[in-house]
Write a new protein. Structure first.
Length: 332
């Protein structure tokens, strides 16, 4: 005969109501008590009836993570995977499942998101900025949701968590100036999405009186190499670059070597994204570290605050750090 919630409570030495609170993800249960209950569940091979629980408390036991499948730069890379893994971890702590849904316009966009809400399939949503359109605002108003990144519109009307990309670019430029570089370019941004635009803005602000030199690419190492080679062939070529990501920096390194120059002697490099390539290139790359795992964790915790306590909208900006390596250590 299958174990019941009362069997779990008896083995753990607690009341059935305490077991219920743990299964419903309530945070008022002590960690020690929660561990005893989980141990009892494992020993008894107890599996809660999620459907019955949903009917009892009016919750689905799931949160939705909406992706824009067309936005490959933002959501089909290792950084989104790290955010998603952190979201999944927080959800598991709360006894929740994570449902992935495509919010791209071509896939139904707002309609598919509204369906998740109206059919009570999720108790809250984590959304990409690209899905925030006027047609969606009415549906998500008063429904628990957090945007993973600062939206371009309605930023004060929503909860969101983002990384301080402008600050990261400022750190990179100031570091290069301190190392003696004077003609600093920005490589790898087409400025189509929010985080790239904010990185460029931070770069421009940190330059002060210097004229910005921005070399856009399509995000591939190949085009970064081509753009960098054209720039380095000029008489007054940049003596340093801030790169939008690791792939861009890798293309730049290839261009530096192809032009017979050295890094960091002739060209200094600071790249965004400390992971996964920066420390393994030759020379190792100085990097602006953006913690996308923390981004996902903070978004999930903010969402559960809304689910549990109906908290007002909050906006969280996470700082970046500079990891110094050889690529920007110019020998005077």
């Amino acid at each position: 005969m299958a174990a019941t919630i009362h069997d779990v409570a008896r083995l753990a030495g607690v009341n059935s109501s305490t077991v219920s609170r743990v299964l419903n993800g309530k945070v008022t249960v002590l960690d020690e008590t929660r561990e005893k209950i989980y141990a009892a569940m494992q020993e008894l091979d107890y599996h809660p009836n999620s459907l019955a629980r949903s009917l009892a408390n009016g919750q689905s036991g799931a949160i939705g993570v909406v992706v824009d499948a067309k936005d490959a730069e933002a959501f089909s890379n290792v950084f989104f995977n790290r955010s998603l893994f952190a979201i999944e971890q927080v959800a598991q702590e709360r006894g929740y499942h994570v449902i992935l849904a495509n919010g791209a316009k071509r896939a139904g966009g707002a309609a598919s998101i509204e369906k998740l809400i109206l059919e009570h399939k999720v108790d809250g949503l984590i959304l990409p900025p690209s899905t925030i359109q006027p047609s969606l605002m009415k549906s998500i108003h008063a429904f628990p949701c957090v945007v993973l990144g600062q939206p371009e519109t309605a930023a004060q009307e929503l909860s969101w968590v983002d990384l301080n990309n402008a600050q990261g670019a400022e750190l990179a430029v100031k570091h290069l100036l301190e190392k003696g570089y004077r003609r600093i370019g920005y490589l790898g941004s087409n400025a189509r999405n929010g985080f790239s635009k904010r990185r460029v803005k931070g770069y421009e602000q940190a330059l002060s009186s210097q004229q910005p030199c921005i070399y856009p690419t399509d995000g591939t190492a190949e085009q970064a190499m081509q753009q960098a080679m054209e720039a380095l062939r000029g008489a007054e070529h940049p003596d340093a670059f801030v790169c939008n990501d690791n792939l861009t920096a890798f293309g730049l390194l290839k261009a530096v070597h192809a032009c017979g120059l050295g890094c960091p002697r002739d060209v200094g490099i600071v790249t965004f994204d400390n992971y996964p390539l920066a420390e393994f290139t030759d020379p190792a790359l100085t990097s602006v570290d953006v913690d996308t795992a923390l981004l996902g964790e903070q978004a999930a915790r903010l969402l559960f605050q809304q689910i549990d306590h109906h908290t007002p909208n909050q906006q969280i900006v996470l700082g970046t750090t500079l990891v110094e390596r050889i690529s920007s250590d110019r020998m005077e």
